[in-house]
Design a protein around this ligand. Structure first.
Ligand code: NAD
Length: 248
């Protein structure tokens, strides 16, 4: 059986990705720092192994990779999905808030990929990094979040270029808005309404719609795809001059 390791897998997009992969015959290491949610996710699924880990802690990440290999013996797919959102104006985003976002969203992707690289070399495996539409388009309040996600897109290119010679592929998925706990903590009703208005498909996406794209990129069907960024965003990135008056 192929083995995937998904960070931030206790709920939301990460857990939906685990379910899609399990249905496709994979076994999955579910990695998260929310112990209660992780325990619940593990007890209700077969072919999974839960590992408590904060992806921003280098020693914990090394131990998490060791534990994955002890349990499953291999890693064919790495999904760097763990993320935090903190929206605020530039002048109110203190350095502590900036660092908290960067530690998980950017450092975590770097650390987990670096630690998993020997195993991915062995399997000629694939990496999918979860960035965001906020890494492709700027907006207010996302100085830390948007910058962290833009950096993840560049990190994906670095990984694809350098690790390609080992047969490792690396791609990024940029979700548009999905009603997960992360999004609902920072999306007010005004923001939800504005997203519906600005997105060509006029709605939020589902966890499953993002998970299907991630699973495709991990699969052999994407065997010649690397260094790409795919927005699963209802067409939000495609919109250019999005003035409401021009859409009437
Ligand atoms: P979520 O809050 O439902 O799930 C995120 C999971 O990551 C949680 O279980 C949380 O405990 C875990 N996590 C956070 N920091 C961690 C850390 N340092 N170590 C280990 N686990 C950690 O959020 P989601 O919406 O499913 O987000 C998944 C990814 O998708 C994130 O990278 C997010 O930035 C990205 N994303 C989400 C949206 C959206 O609208 N929901 C849009 C674009 C991108």
């Amino acid at each position: 059986m192929k083995t995937a390791l998904i960070t931030g897998a206790a709920r939301g997009i990460g857990l939906a990705t685990a379910d899609v992969l399990i249905e496709a015959g994979w076994q999955v290491a579910l990695v998260d720092r929310d112990g209660d949610a992780l325990a619940e996710a593990v007890t209700t699924r077969d072919n999974v192994h839960g590992i408590f880990c904060d992806v921003s802690d280098p020693d914990a990440v090394d131990g998490m990779i060791t534990e994955t290999l002890r349990h499953f013996g291999r890693i064919d797919g790495l999904v760097n999905n763990a993320g935090v959102a903190d929206f605020g104006p530039i002048e109110e985003t203190g350095f502590d808030r900036w660092k908290t976002v960067m530690e998980t969203n950017l450092d975590g992707v770097f650390l987990c990929t670096q630690a998993a690289t020997p195993a991915l070399k062995d399997s000629r495996g694939a990496i999918v990094n979860i960035a965001s539409i906020s890494g492709l388009r700027a907006s207010t309040l996302r100085v830390a979040y948007g910058t962290s996600k833009a950096a993840v897109i560049q990190l994906t290119l670095q990984q694809a270029v350098e690790l390609g010679e080992y047969g490792i592929r690396a791609n990024a998925v940029c979700p548009g808005p999905v009603k997960t706990k992360l999004a609902m903590a920072v999306h007010s009703q005004d923001i939800i309404d504005a997203y519906h208005d600005a997105i060509p498909l006029n709605r939020y996406g589902s966890e499953r719609e993002i998970a299907d794209v991630i699973a495709f990129l991990l699969s052999d069907k994407a065997s010649f795809v690397t260094g790409q960024t795919i927005a699963a965003d209802g067409g939000f990135e495609a919109t250019g001059v999005g003035l409401p008056a021009l859409r009437k």
